[in-house]
Design a protein around this ligand. Sequence first.
Ligand SMILES: NC(=O)c1ccc[n+]([C@@H]2O[C@H](COP(=O)([O-])OP(=O)(O)OC[C@H]3O[C@@H](n4cnc5c(N)ncnc54)[C@H](OP(=O)(O)O)[C@@H]3O)[C@@H](O)[C@H]2O)c1
Length: 338
Amino acid sequence: MKFAIHGASGFTGRLAVAEARRRGFTPVLVGRSEERLRSIAADGEAVRVAGLDEPGALAAAFEDCAVVVNCAGPFTALGEPVIRAAIAAGAHYLDTTGEQHYIRSVLDGLGEDAARAGVSVVPAMADDGGPGDMIAHLVAERVGPEVAEVVVADLRGRGVASRGTARSMAAVFEQGPLAYTDGRWHPAEETSGSIAVPGEEGAVPVAVFALPGVVTIPRHVAARRVRSVIRTEAAAMFSALTPDVVDSVPEIPDEEGRRASRWLMLAEASGEDGKRVRGWVAGPDPYGLTAVIAVEGARRLAVDGAAAGALTPAQAFDPASFLDHLTDHGVTWQVTPA
Ligand SMILES: NC(=O)c1ccc[n+]([C@@H]2O[C@H](COP(=O)([O-])OP(=O)(O)OC[C@H]3O[C@@H](n4cnc5c(N)ncnc54)[C@H](OP(=O)(O)O)[C@@H]3O)[C@@H](O)[C@H]2O)c1
């Protein structure tokens, strides 16, 4: 399978390259800096240099690739030219974004072009947007064809983050969170509450936050309302991401801390009749698992294919089968009555 990793020289890009090699694939390394790409290329790996302002060169870099995995963020600023180049090259596309407004704009705005080219475009294949969308689908399915509300929550505790993530999250915070009600997205109201976290005593305080699930879940779950929350302490941390703070975050997080960090995505669905179902997916090493998710997604797009158009993770891939694949990497998941 020939596939390109765009942004291969970044922190997440390098983890995706390592995961591709571990799986026995030979990735094509694409980005803006020949020097940085050559410094990570292994024998036999093609290096292709193209800037975002060179659409022809970027499309040519992807031309013989079945899939483009894009790891260059913030995607709000950098994502669209890469998607357009992948579509022009006739390659499927997926990325590691967690940026809610960007994901919405891709799903709303690029589906027709992707469908016309016969390719699938799947944003949000990272440790939050991918598992969050998939577990929400599985939970909602148990409630019934019609769902009153889905709440998706990112309940990871303290852990490490890269400067790239901090930069992207600062942009997300600035755009403000969306919620979904009765067929439309709108600015979310500031609400607070608490949620029982699997494996922890008692409930933890949560606050509204712009997670991918709000813009992905309503596309495959007939829910009247969808909203998203994170731990209140994490929301406070993101609200403090000034440019100076972003610059002080290490470009590459400490490896031991990274591997020891854990992530947890939870979804709760309730029916009009009061029936409630909850499910969660949890695992180690958020960045390592993002690489696993992106590379396995690329493999599935290349080998199994998916519908042509812009798709959410749960639309592109069978959710239970995909989450089962992650269990080989220390991920656990379950769906239970709430
Ligand atoms: N949602 C999640 O859970 C999750 C998990 C992992 C990563 N992510 C996202 O993945 C993205 C990357 O994070 P990271 O930590 O890997 O960041 P990073 O180390 O800063 O890497 C950024 C990459 O983007 C490239 N880039 C930056 N500006 C560019 C431009 N103007 N034109 C072309 N390429 C450009 C960089 O190329 P150079 O090497 O040439 O500078 C580099 O390859 C972030 O948006 C992050 O939020 C999300």
